[in-house]
Every structure is written in C-alpha cells, then in structure tokens.
Ligand binder design. Structure first.
Ligand code: PA5
Length: 467
C-alpha cells in the first residue's frame, strides 16, 4: 500500500508559498483529458507497459530461460545495459536487501532464493555494469569466474554503442576462456531489429524479447528487468500483481476520488508553473529506496525534459543528506519542491538502550526506525515553518507487491505530468546529438552527421584557456 500526504504543500500549512486546494481541483478537466490521452495511446498499442504487466507468456519465458541457463554450472549473472535497460533491475536489487517477510528478516534474499516464493532455486551473484568505466569492469572480471558467469546484454535497440562495445570485449575474453563462448551469453533486445538481435539469431545465442512499444525507462515490467530480478530470487509474479493492482485501482476511479497519483502530478505541475519551483528533490528515507530515486530520476528527466520545460529531478537520501544538503533546502533559493519517500515498516529494527547515559535517557526503548522517521518529520516541520513545500509518499513496507505498486504509480504519474506540461513523455530526441559527436570522435563516418562534423571542427579550432 502507498499513502500520500500533501499537507505541507498547502497554503494552510506553509503560508503564501503553498497551494490552495481549489487550485489543485481546478486541474480536474486537464487531468481527466491527460488520462484519456494516455488510455488512447495504450488502446492503440502505442505504449505497452500497461499491457506488458499482464503478459503471462513473457513471464513464463523469463522463468524458463533462467531455469534452463542456470541449470548449467553458472554462479554469477553479469548484466550490461545503459539507462532504462539497467536502472530498473538495479533498483530492484538494492530494494531486495530491505525486503520485509513475515517469516524471517534477511539481508540478502538471494541466499534464501528457494524459500521466498520467487521460484528460482539457485544462489547466484548478480552484478551490473551500467557504465563503460574500464577499471570498474576489470575489477568485476577479477572477482568472478568467467567460465561460471552468464553475461547478459540488455538493449532495447540492440545497437547502443556502450553495450555493443562491452559485448565485443566480453566475447574476446570468453573465446580465450571457454570452449563455446555462445553458451555464456544472453541478449535481451527488441524481437527483430538491431545488431545484437541479428548477431544472436545468426549465431544461436539465447535471447529474450523486449516489446516494441515499451521504451527503456518504462521497461521495469519487461524481461530486461524481470530476468535479473527473477535470478536474484525476487517473486516477479507478486511484483507484477502489485503493478496490475495499482493500475486497476487508479483507472477505475475519478482523478480526485481517493486517487492521489493524479494530485501528485497536479502539485508538481502547479509548483513548477506557478511557483517557479524548478528543482524537484526525490528524497528517499530508506537506504533500500536510494536506487528507486535514481530510477525515478531517469524516468522523470528523460520523459519530461524537453521543449524548454520540466523541473530538474535531483535524488537525495535521508537522514544521510540532512548532513549534506539540508542547509541548502532550508535557507537556499526558494526554487525546490521536495518529495519524501519513506517506509512504514522495516525488515529489521533495533531498540536503543542508552543505559548509564542519563542525557540520552529519552531514547530509551525507542526504535531506530522511529528516530529515522521522526527526523524526517522534523525536516518537514522545519521546511513548513520556513514556507518551503514538501510532500510525503509512504510505502507500507518493501516487498515485491509494493515495489510493483510504486513502480506503476511512478510510470503513471510521469506521463500525466508530461501531458499537463504539453510535451511527449515517450520520446528523447535530445540525447541523439551527444551520441553523434561521440561517434565522430570514435571515427565513424556518416552523411547524417555532417552538421555535427562542422560544429566539431569549429569548436576544435577555438583555443582553450591556458592558465
Ligand atoms: O529510457 C530510455 O529510453 C534510455 O535510457 C534507454 O534505456 C538507454 O538509452 C538504453 O537504450 P537501449 O535499451 O536501446 O540500449
């Protein structure tokens, strides 16, 4: 279950910087229209994540592929993917460390893979490279047994230069280490197009598909995320049930009928448009939601940052960053809206016992989680008294179901906000130019990059400062 509190975004609580309830309500027609537009895209098959969460065939093939490949002597899964092709799985991996189970509390669910109902019965070390830093990859390679590793390349386009380059490096290493390098590979890509897909088809490499109509940042419900999640020991059925349940619940109700995901979109929109809050802080008050804030940032930034619009999303962590950024939030420019994301129940807790230290007597018998949540409340109160807006999203506890709910809530809120901002939340035209310069610098020749070649030459001819 996910609960929202918007009190500290309201004028009644924070004064003139706050919103009137009427202002939020005035967006009802726009929100209804935004949802209608989104539903139409879904019905036309233009965007697929709504339907993907109910694709039993996709889930079966993820499980079958994992069970088959890991019936071999593999003990490690090494996943390569950029942006949306790895952030979702990294979020789930980190979150799984804080998973709440009735029967036991554990630090690493993968150690109990068979017990948690996920269905995957082998202990596998799952690691990621979401970058092309050679030292980091080298360090990982030194820590694994290459022969016992399944290398999984996730790329929707099957053409992303970072992933393709990593593949060439891994392929060469495998050729020197094992009899048939193809046995240690899995590609998760578009069903038909792109270099990696073609290579896999021609060379008999194992594959899984990512549906054509699901973009990278919405791909947390596809094989690209679910395969590593299943191998980690997560119950991917429960994760998808959480997403389905959230979807069905919000779509069957009016936008202001106890349906806070739409109020959230309206509040972020109004703070950006009317109150010049250009920065949106995604502040996770649990170590196990830190990667959620990175995943959510990508979803937000790549979906909304276009046509000269959108607040800038910035991830933060509490209570850690109270000792790093809070001063800025309290007394810096009045340009931020802060979203707090926290837990109600923790997988493990400690009772504080300050016996013998009288000055700390007030802590006696208190839980450590109480301190964390009261610190959060303290920050909210302090911000409110300074006329600084925030809202809170509380997740009942971390388990697969709530992670599915949280993911779906985020993937509904962002496109709705995009439609309020009147931009297309499903493309990312801005990232192409940087890629073109990189191609040119790496020696690729292509007519379509003649403009960038001209710009590169002009900039190369400008002398740098020499002091
Ligand atoms: O959200 C997106 O679309 C991007 O972040 C992509 O996921 C990222 O660029 C990787 O693309 P691909 O999956 O095609 O390799």
């Amino acid at each position: 279950m996910i609960e929202f509190s918007f009190k500290y975004a309201l004028k009644s609580a924070i004064g003139e910087n706050g919103l009137e309830e009427m202002e939020i309500r005035s967006l009802e027609n726009d929100l209804v229209q935004a949802r209608r537009n989104l539903n139409e895209l879904r019905r036309n098959g233009d965007i697929g994540f709504y339907n993907e969460i109910g694709d039993a065939g996709m889930v079966a093939s993820v499980k079958e592929t994992a069970d088959r490949l890991f019936s071999k002597d593999f003990n490690t899964l090494y996943v390569f993917g950029m942006g949306g092709s790895s952030l979702g799985a990294i979020f789930l991996k980190e979150a799984s460390g804080g998973i709440f189970r009735e029967s036991y509390n554990n630090e690493n669910i993968n150690e109990k893979a068979g017990e948690n109902g996920g269905g995957f019965h082998k202990k596998v070390n799952v690691i990621f490279s979401e970058n092309i830093d050679p030292c980091y990859i080298h360090k990982n390679m030194q820590n694994i047994d290459i022969k016992k590793t399944l290398f999984c390349f996730v790329s929707k386009s099957a053409d992303t230069i970072e992933v393709v380059s990593q593949f060439f490096i891994v392929k060469e290493m495998l050729e020197n280490a094992v009899k048939n390098y193809k046995d240690n590979l899995l590609f998760i890509t578009d069903k038909k197009s792109g270099f990696l897909r073609q290579y896999a088809d021609e060379n008999g490499i194992a594959t899984l598909d990512i549906a054509k109509n699901v973009g990278g940042r919405y791909s947390i419900v596809t094989a690209g995320t679910l395969f590593p999640a299943y191998v980690m020991g997560l119950n991917i059925d429960k994760f998808l049930h959480g997403a389905i349940s959230y979807r069905d619940n919000i779509l069957n109700k009016g936008v202001f009928e106890n349906n806070p995901v739409y109020s959230l979109a309206a509040i972020i929109y109004l703070y950006y448009k009317q109150k010049k809050r250009n920065i949106f802080i995604i502040n996770a008050y649990s170590d196990y939601l830190r990667e959620y804030s990175r995943w959510f940032r990508q979803l937000f930034a790549e979906s909304l940052g276009k046509d000269l619009t959108s607040p800038t999303p910035v991830p933060a962590a509490g209570a850690t960053d109270q000792h790093s950024q809070l001063q800025l939030y309290m007394q810096g420019p009045q340009d931020k809206l802060i979203g707090f994301f926290c837990l109600k129940n923790f997988c493990k807790d400690y009772i504080i016992n300050p016996s013998g230290f009288e000055e700390y007597g007030y802590l006696k018998g208190k839980k450590l989680s109480e301190l964390l949540l009261n610190e959060l409340t303290g920050v909210e109160l302090a911000l409110a008294t300074l006329g600084r807006p925030s809202f809170r999203v509380t997740i009942d506890k971390i388990d697969e179901f709530t992670l599915g709910e949280l993911s779906f809530m985020s993937m509904e809120m962002v496109p709705i906000l995009g439609m309020l901002l009147k931009i297309n939340p499903f493309d990312q035209p801005g990232v192409e130019k940087g890629k073109k310069f990189a191609y040119l610098l790496m020696g690729r020749k292509d007519e379509s990059m003649s403009k960038e070649l001209e710009e590169l030459n002009r900039l190369n001819n400008i002398p740098d400062l020499t002091y």
